[in-house]
Design a protein around this ligand. Structure first.
Ligand SMILES: Cc1cc2nc3c(=O)[nH]c(=O)nc-3n(C[C@H](O)[C@H](O)[C@H](O)COP(=O)(O)OP(=O)(O)OC[C@H]3O[C@@H](n4cnc5c(N)ncnc54)[C@H](O)[C@@H]3O)c2cc1C
Ligand code: SF4
Ligand code: SF4
Ligand code: SF4
Ligand code: FES
Length: 687
């Protein structure tokens, strides 16, 4: 027997026992990657490294025998730093996507392969559940989100992306119409009470996730109906009021109390809320309209006022000629609303070029189809009312200069280029600001554009007060507000339970990035190239006469066909991969040593398993498992250094290598290098 001390605790073990096994007997956890139970150590990953007093270098505990009198440290700063570096080295040439790149594009990290697989398999209910769990208002976002996810879809690399937004719209729409709608389950009541100020997407999402965690939630809003900009700014022809209302009904059914027509700063103060509630979430959005900054700007109507009036159900008299200043969503919505109110000479004036417009090009195209004119590289100089009663807008032509802070080319005035336009109405749609006067509270820190909140937790400078959405970022996107609401709910829940407030630490995600030609060929082998399903629309000449929804939505058949295009990207072992788990635990940066990465390859020749050499950490566990089975050619590590890889000896096939041991090999592989075909989400690969 030998006696050693591990982390200050003495233990006697049989001679020949490794430090790792001795630590296990003491209940001390040392991370291991390449060590597989019942197999001899390969000591290749160095993750199990420990400090032995008196030795200069750290030692791999899985391969170092315990010695009498040894003093071992398993979790010192030096040890942790070494493990982090080992993991970063392992990740430096790793090739794979832990989760589908589409998911990393969606700010709410919607489980896209998950819900799309539901649709492809005809399980619309499951798809709707996933969409609601992540997005809170999936039918609304299914109409207005700028599809950040689709830009990252692997399908873009050879053709058109999957129509993700339209698919979660279809799944959610079906649920809205169903008699047994999905209402998420709630945890036991905690007795805690949270005030949420603002019922836009940020407030609604926070309420949804807090209610599910068993907290009581009271939502306050200064307006007469909930929904924020989705209710009061985005026009019904893009987002019908009824859709939003039905989505908010789920939050009511979860038990939310709404106190409408109640304004923070007028009807109550932040101090009142802090006194009466256990926590507060400020989600008041960016309700202020930025002014034009030119002479006579008071003659222009702020776009939010104009859209708000229409959202209240009124049809303001606007005349025939309407000029809209701005180039974002708000400008496009105002122009298309003006057309529907009868104006025919509607023109959007934007100071940069079409390429720089901060809205989806499809919105510009839809407006143009409806007869809206667009004049770019134009800025206002002076607005006045002429003797004929019409407004006179003096403009100046601009040209593009060097990029400004936003990275976009700065518009520079062209001297002597002034010209005048006449209009019945001029609408200013050049941006929104956070109305911070309602927030006046002694200790609440503000930034130049909103409330100051920690990025990782959304905690503000006041304990128990959190903030998110446009109120923190300035005018932004609904899906980012939804993501902020969820993050706030996680942080608030931690706060209410007396746990450290640390937000929602994400698992580390490795992404493959852009693929080369050979890689694309390997990636798309077995995959059929099919066109993206177009969204049916009401023809422009019909839709300009009323506020009916323009985009009609997919039929179920179209949705299933479109969903079948999804390749279920993401690693089959994303939830069990130990490399990913440890990389997360030790805060490894996958890009720290990034340089030349391995080439993406995928071996699909075995009917039971998938082999992706780019995910191999050369631990040898698969080689040992194949040898243990004793049948077939088995596996071997061939090549050296950067070129070393697991392969079948004698140039044999995977079937010849693993006639019986394939499942066992997938089981012992600590990463997704070997995985089961049955756990792959892609039907085209699974079958
Ligand atoms: C015209 C327009 C078009 C847009 N189009 C799109 C689009 O196509 N896609 C997209 O993703 N995003 C779009 N956006 C942006 C998107 O709507 C916002 O980013 C999103 O609504 C922000 O959510 P929020 O919850 O932070 O704030 P908001 O939606 O602004 O909600 C804030 C709520 O707080 C309430 N409130 C404010 N002050 C107080 C107070 N003192 N007391 C009580 N209540 C208060 C308000 O009444 C409001 O209901 C658009 C915005 C506009 C204006
Ligand atoms: S093997 Fe692990 S680290 Fe690699 S892609 Fe799969 S889950 Fe991510
Ligand atoms: S919310 Fe937007 S980014 Fe997220 S999945 Fe839907 S369309 Fe894509
Ligand atoms: S094919 Fe499917 S899983 Fe793959 S990136 Fe596109 S949407 Fe995501
Ligand atoms: S070196 Fe010990 S587990 Fe890898």
């Amino acid at each position: 027997m030998v006696t050693l001390t591990i982390d200050g605790r003495k233990i006697s073990v049989k001679e020949g026992t490794t430090i790792l096994d001795a630590a296990v007997l003491l209940g001390i956890r040392i991370p291991t990657l390449c060590k597989v139970e019942n197999f001899p150590p390969s000591a290749s990953c160095f993750l199990c490294a420990v400090k032995i007093e008196g030795r200069k270098n750290l030692a791999p505990s899985c391969a170092t025998p315990a010695e009498d009198g040894m003093i071992v440290h398993t979790d010192s700063d030096e040890v942790r730093a070494s493990r982090k570096t080992s993991l970063e080295l392992l990740l430096s040439d790793h090739v794979g996507d832990c989760i589908g790149p589409c998911r990393t594009g969606c700010p709410a990290v919607l489980d896209i392969p998950g819900f799309v697989t539901g649709i492809a398999g005809g399980d619309f209910r499951r798809a709707a559940e996933i969409a609601l769990d992540y997005l809170t208002v999936p039918a609304s976002l299914g109409r207005i989100c700028p599809r950040l996810c689709e830009q990252r879809c692997h399908r873009c690399e050879t053709g058109e992306p999957l129509s993700i937004r339209n698919l979660h719209r279809l799944a959610a729409d079906r649920d809205l119409k169903s008699e047994s709608r999905y209402i998420p389950r709630k945890e036991k009541a905690t007795g805690k009470k949270v005030a949420v100020v603002g019922t836009g997407p940020a407030g609604l999402s926070a309420a949804h996730h807090l209610l599910r965690r068993g907290h009581r939630v009271v939502l306050f809003d200064s307006r007469s109906a909930p929904g924020g900009m989705l209710r009061w700014a985005i026009p019904a022809f893009r987002l019908p009021r009824e859709v939003l209302k039905l989505e908010i009904d789920v939050i009511r059914k979860l038990g939310a109390e709404f106190r409408l027509n109640t304004k923070l700063g007028a009807d109550m103060t932040l101090d009142d809320l802090r006194r009466d509630y256990d926590a507060v979430f400020l989600a008041i959005g960016a309700q202020g309209s930025k002014s034009l900054g030119c002479r006579g700007e008071e003659h222009a109507v702020p776009a939010l006022d104009f859209l708000g009036e229409v959202a209240e159900g009124r049809r303001p008299e606007i005349g025939r000629d309407v000029l809209i200043l701005g180039g974002g969503n708000t400008a496009m919505d105002a122009s298309r609303t003006a057309v529907r109110l009868g104006a025919r000479g509607v023109k959007v004036l934007y100071r940069r070029s079409r390429r720089e417009m901060p809205c989806l090009m499809s919105e510009v195209e839809a407006a143009e189809e409806e007869g809206v004119g667009l004049e770019t590289l134009v800025a206002p100089v002076e607005l006045s009312r002429g003797e004929n009663g019409k407004l006179r807008l003096v403009c100046r032509r601009m040209e593009l200069g060097k990029p400004d802070q936003s990275g976009r080319a700065r518009p520079v005035p062209v001297p002597g280029s002034e010209f005048t336009l006449e209009a019945d109405m001029v609408i200013a749609a050049i941006g929104q600001s956070v109305e911070s006067e309602s927030l006046r509270a002694k200790d609440l820190s503000l930034t130049g554009w909103g409330i100051e909140a920690r990025l990782s937790t959304l905690a503000t400078s006041i304990e128990g007060v959190f903030a998110g959405g446009d109120a923190v970022t300035g005018a932004d996107l609904a899906v980012r507000a939804v993501a902020a609401g969820k993050l706030a709910a996680v942080s608030i829940d931690q706060y209410l339970n007396g746990r450290p407030v640390q937000g929602d630490p994400d698992m580390i995600t490795v992404l493959m990035g852009k693929m080369g030609e050979e890689e694309l060929a390997a990636f798309f082998r077995n995959i059929e190239e099919t066109p993206r399903a177009p969204m049916p629309e009401v023809p422009a000449e019909e839709r300009v006469n009323d506020f009916r929804e323009v985009e009609i939505g997919f039929s179920e058949e179209t949705a299933v066909r479109e969903a079948e295009r999804c390749m279920g990207c993401g690693c089959a072992k994303a939830d069990t991969c130990r490399l990913r788990q440890y990389a997360t635990e030790y805060g490894a940066d996958p890009l720290r040593f990034s340089g030349a990465r391995r080439r993406f390859q995928r071996d699909l020749t075995h009917p039971e398993i998938i082999y992706e050499p780019g995910k191999c950490i050369l631990c040898g566990a698969c080689v040992a498992a194949a040898a243990e089975a004793g049948s077939g050619l088995g596996l071997a590590i061939v090549g050296r250094g950067f070129d070393a890889a697991v392969a079948v000896p004698l140039k044999g096939t995977m079937i010849e290598a693993l006639p019986e041991a394939a499942r066992r090999v997938a089981e012992v592989c600590p990463t997704g290098a070997f995985s089961l075909r049955s756990s792959c989400l892609c039907k085209m690969i699974r079958n």
